[in-house]
Design a protein around this ligand. Structure first.
Ligand code: SIN
Length: 360
């Protein structure tokens, strides 16, 4: 089954690559790839009162056309078109935005005149949108998320170079079939593994446990590894008929956290809880009865970890078989929340959901 799926993915990727090659060969001269830039706001579209303002600036003020105009070099690597999807700070991103964006990306990638997509995004929840798209995009064509840590008005603003690299990557043959990518600070990271690791450093995006997929070198994307997890064309998730995502909450564990948050989520009617446990996903003795009671009410419990890297071992710190819990593998809590919400659009069977956590 898995072999058949991989064969299908390879065929889809080869078809997209063949189209790229045919276009490049047209009339004996290379035709630039068509890259669509979907702008959603964030610091990359931010402005400050002075060129040294890097804290306390206004986010999401510059429109997509101005973002593109600031990088005339884009024209040398792609034929770019822009669309303002949203204009928000990324802490205000909601599942409604995700569903809208996912549908628009799929619509655009189905067009012959779109070879790749760049999504400009605030960095705070960029990894979440990237992972959501990684699971719901139905195309092998490149989708690249990009942001900036300094506003557009800052000295040495990182947005323009990041945007240039993202467009280059989105129009490249190398990025075809690699899943949704994040390209910032010259690095290429996979949507599943990447996370924001620093509040203000330029090299904040890292794939802590596994490392980047590649990097931009002398104007060319170079890949050193690929993700082995299902994504895009191999994904079983389909948002065409999804009106809203099931509600899933995250409970963050700490010394003495008790059961209040678990009971509050449960009373609020969530369909799933991601428990961001300490260490290897441990659950405190005071919190256990509340999680068991939530499960008895039909709420799916996924054990993740607040540590920031490493997998949670099934039946390790907790007897998951007995409690009917699911473990998040090495997905961080915010990404485990997304996978659980999408899983719940298809099933409430915990064995099936556990399979998904080991495959995506
Ligand atoms: C945001 O996430 O919208 C603000 C912060 C940033 O883009 O770096």
């Amino acid at each position: 089954m898995h072999t058949r799926r991989l064969a299908l993915v390879t065929v889809v990727s080869l078809l997209v690559l063949a189209t790229h090659a045919a276009l490049a060969g047209q009339a004996g001269q290379a035709r630039l790839p068509n890259v669509m830039i979907l702008a959603t706001g964030g610091t990359i579209a931010g402005t400050g009162p002075t060129s040294t303002t890097t804290v306390g600036y206004a986010v999401a003020t510059v429109g997509v056309q101005a973002l593109m105009d600031a990088v005339p070099e884009l024209k040398s690597v792609a034929t770019v078109r822009g669309e303002q999807a949203f204009q928000i700070a990324s802490e205000n991103m909601t599942s409604e935005h995700w569903l809208k964006l996912g549908r628009r990306v799929n619509e655009l990638l189905a067009q012959d005149d779109v070879d790749g997509i760049v999504v400009t995004h605030g960095t705070d929840t960029l990894e979440e949108t990237a992972y959501f798209l990684n699971l719901v995009v139905k195309s092998a064509k490149p989708v690249v998320l990009v942001g900036a840590m300094r506003p557009s008005t800052a000295l040495s603003a990182d947005g323009p170079m990041n945007l240039f690299n993202a467009a280059l990557l989105a129009g490249s043959r190398e990025a075809v079939g690699q899943g949704v990518l994040v390209c910032m600070n010259d690095q290429i990271n996979g949507a599943r593994d990447v996370t924001k690791t620093n509040t203000s450093d330029l090299d904040t995006f890292r794939s802590r446990e596994l490392g980047p997929l590649g990097s931009m070198k002398a104007g060319k994307p170079v890949f050193y590894r690929t993700s082995t997890r299902r994504h895009t064309t191999q994904s079983e998730f389909d948002i065409r008929d999804v009106k809203e995502l099931p509600r899933v909450g995250i409970v963050y564990a700490y010394a003495d956290y008790g059961r209040v948050a678990i009971e509050a989520f449960s009373a609020a009617g969530v369909k799933g809880i991601v428990h961001a446990g300490v260490g290897n996903g441990s659950v405190a003795i005071d919190a256990r009865p509340a999680l068991v009671a939530a499960r008895a009410r039909g709420i799916i419990i996924v054990r993740s970890s607040r540590v920031g890297s490493g997998a949670v071992a099934r039946n390790g710190e907790v007897n998951d078989d007995a409690a009917d819990f699911v473990v998040a593998d090495n997905l961080n809590p915010q990404k485990a929340r997304i996978l659980l919400a999408l899983a719940l659009t298809r099933t409430t069977d915990t064995r099936e959901i556990q399979r998904m956590f080991y495959q995506y």
